[in-house]
Write a protein that binds this ligand. Structure first.
Ligand code: A2P
Length: 314
């Protein structure tokens, strides 16, 4: 999997013309790893841009994800994504969330399809759709949900990757160590910790990681941009990063490697130790019947340890 990919979440479902232009530009600039999802509602446009690029399929790495509403119909979900992307095969198919939604209702972790049921269906895809699928993984899994998965002896395939929110304010140190022990590659979504503009303009918007004084001073030191510092921190610690950008200059910068000194890596590793800074920066946190959580699952069900209202840890 290439270490830098183009994330295709456009801040809203769809984003048709915009996403097509973005993927087209990214491929011209040298991106070879494209990350989308059934839930982003743009697989068709992503696939069209890939096809029109004329780049041989084997040079590309394409990830898409099973939506929460398709845990009870994994084969249909996979085939629909493949048909929309129309790119021959999928390199990486992820369970987008451990959360299953059936008939519009969010299921609790114990109801079928559980994460184990869904994973077993995904495992079967590797046999039944051999020529159309290279590897499978998960997203938004924690040590808790991964441990639940591995506790079932029918689980014979280790997720190749776990894609989670990951940046210096949410460095996922414990999860990273656990995944390394299991041979699971961590992929960082929102590696710039940059929620959409609509979320940023709210009065209680989270802090901007790109404006962090340590990140900004390192950018000056290396003659780089704050985004490059954050992305290279991610790459240098052995994770994959998938920043989204529609801007050609930022796209180019985001794919350019800047090697950081060990002492600067340590300074970035310590950012989350500041009071109140160990936190998610995304706007998807909600208060629900079972306490705060995301997409109908509480932090406890998700296993997002120590997380409180708004995604703040500690
Ligand atoms: P834009 O598409 O206009 O470049 P993330 O992938 O962490 O969710 O971040 C995506 C957001 O960050 C988008 O709003 C994107 O806007 C912005 N962004 C991407 N690259 C950079 C960069 N190099 N510097 C500043 N903002 C960036």
């Amino acid at each position: 999997m290439p270490a830098v990919g183009m994330g295709c979440w456009m801040g809203e479902v769809g984003g048709g013309e915009r996403v097509g232009r973005m993927v087209e530009k990214a491929l011209k600039l040298g991106y070879r790893h494209i990350d989308t999802a059934a839930g982003y509602g743009n697989e068709e446009m992503v696939g069209k841009a890939i096809k029109e690029s004329g780049i041989p399929r084997e040079q590309l790495y394409i990830t898409t994800k099973l939506s929460n509403a398709a845990h009870d119909k994994v084969v249909e979900g996979f085939e629909a994504s493949l048909a929309k992307l129309d790119c021959g095969y999928i390199d990486m198919y992820l369970m987008h969330w451990p959360v299953a939604v059936v008939d519009g209702k969010v299921l609790p972790p114990t109801a079928s399809p559980t994460i184990i049921d869904t994973w077993l269906s995904m495992q079967s895809l590797l046999q039944t759709h051999k020529s159309q699928l290279r590897s499978i993984g998960v997203s938004n899994f924690s040590i808790k949900t991964l441990t639940q998965l591995f506790a079932d002896e029918r689980v014979t395939v280790i997720p190749a990757t776990n894609q989670v929110e990951l940046h210096p304010y949410l460095p996922q140190m414990g999860l990273k160590e656990y995944c390394e022990q299991k041979g699971i590659l961590l992929t960082a979504y929102s590696p710039l910790g940059q929620p959409p503009a609509t979320a940023r303009s709210s009065p209680d918007a989270p802090p901007l990681l790109l404006g962090d004084s340590v990140v900004v001073s390192l950018a000056e030191k290396y003659g780089a941009t704050p985004a490059q510092i954050l992305l290279n921190w991610g790459i240098q610690r052995g994770t994959v990063v998938i920043p989204k950008s529609e801007n050609e200059g930022r796209m180019k910068a985001n794919i350019t490697i800047v090697h950081l000194d060990e002492s600067d890596m340590a300074a970035l590793n310590a950012l989350h130790d500041q009071p109140g800074m160990h936190r998610s920066l995304l706007p998807y946190h909600q208060k629900g019947d079972n306490g705060s959580g995301v997409f109908g699952w509480s932090y406890e069900w998700l296993g997002w340890e120590g997380m409180g209202d708004g995604g703040v840890i500690g």
